[in-house]
Design a binder for this molecule. Structure first.
Ligand SMILES: NC(=O)c1ccc[n+]([C@@H]2O[C@H](COP(=O)([O-])OP(=O)(O)OC[C@H]3O[C@@H](n4cnc5c(N)ncnc54)[C@H](OP(=O)(O)O)[C@@H]3O)[C@@H](O)[C@H]2O)c1
Length: 303
């Protein structure tokens, strides 16, 4: 590294949701791209296990003052907001944690950014904000709370000159995914040979490799450096290979070189199953690099 390069301070990131699947990968991507990384997190086991390159761990137990302090101390150039509670369906008892995670925390963050003059935010939305079409129509209460935060963000962007990009994600996959979701079930069934009882399998999926999702976050951060950027903006982070669940299973079978025992139609579709996905605007200068076939082959090899 030349002297001139070494004297330039690295850009600083403050990340929420860093203990999650995507957030944990994003930390590594930011670090490898030369960012100084700070995180806001609830004190728990994962907090102790944050990678050593994390420059600051800022605890959060619900108080606005903690977020204000986290932003004041970390002085981020860009905030990456990923923390969220995902619930496919909710119960009355889950309304409070859902609103706390998806609306309150983000609003506290925006207030803290306003107070400190922090100007750039990459936020995380979901394609589920757009059930059956291009207009806002939430699939579930989780998606509605994501939209509620987007609306609050529009207020802060309008009144403070903050620049924000919301990346609306579809589905994700990749190494180290702790979620007991579809791909885990399929990989387990490959190993055990157990027959899986599935719905009709005609619903569309858009699976994006977690490394591609992370590169989208970095690209958004670059775009935000343009002071002329209209704000807030929303981009769809599509893997570019939309296909039915039945076809996803075929790609996995080819990657593994063996067949899965799947009984299609053995279960009903979910209530408000998303059969056809939102298209959404693509982010300029970003394209996924990992095909589903490549990503699945790597997953199968790691099993
Ligand atoms: N994964 C996908 O395929 C997908 C699809 C669409 C949208 N998204 C969005 O992408 C983002 C990341 O998703 P993910 O799958 O990586 O999430 P995840 O694995 O479920 O992780 C959620 C993260 O949010 C934190 N969090 C939850 N509630 C919180 C609260 N009240 N206060 C502080 N932190 C809280 C969790 O921290 P703790 O360790 O403290 O629980 C964890 O770090 C989310 O905004 C999600 O809505 C993801």
């Amino acid at each position: 590294m030349s002297e001139a390069q070494s004297s330039v301070a690295p850009p600083r990131a403050l990340v929420t949701g860093s203990t999650g699947f995507i957030g944990s990968h994003l930390l590594r991507h930011l670090h490898e791209a030369g960012w100084e990384v700070h995180v806001v997190m609830r004190p728990n086991a994962e907090a102790a296990a944050q990678p050593s390159y994390v420059a600051g761990v800022h605890p959060y137990t619900g108080a606005t003052s903690q977020i204000i302090e986290a932003v004041e101390r970390s002085k981020p150039d860009t905030v990456f907001h990923l923390a969220s509670l995902f619930l496919a369906a909710h119960t009355p008892g889950q309304i409070l944690p859902l609103v706390e995670a998806n609306v309150l925390l983000g609003t506290q963050l925006l207030e803290a950014m306003m107070l400190s003059g922090t100007k750039m935010l990459v936020n995380t939305g979901t394609s589920w904000q757009y059930f059956h079409g291009e207009q806002y129509r939430p699939v579930n209460l989780y998606a509605a709370t994501k939209q509620a935060f987007d609306d609050i963000l529009a207020y802060y962007a309008d009144t403070t000159g903050m620049r924000a990009i919301t990346l609306a994600l579809f589905d994700s996959y990749g190494p180290g995914d702790p979620r007991k979701k579809l791909l885990r079930l399929l990989l387990d069934s490959l190993r055990t040979g157990e027959t899986l009882l599935m719905s009709g399998g005609e619903q569309q999926l858009d699976l994006v490799h977690v490394d591609d999702i992370c590169s989208a976050f970095l690209r958004a951060a670059t775009l935000l450096k343009n002071p002329e950027l209209p704000s807030p903006l929303t981009y769809a982070v599509s893997g570019g290979e939309r296909m039915s669940l039945q076809d996803v299973v075929k790609v996995l079978e080819r990657a593994a070189g063996k067949s899965l025992g799947v009984k299609w139609g053995a279960r009903p579709y979910r209530q408000r199953e998303v059969m056809d996905l939102w298209k959404g605007p693509a982010m300029p200068g970003w394209k996924p690099q990992t095909t589903l076939a490549q990503g699945f082959r790597a997953l199968v090899e790691q099993e």
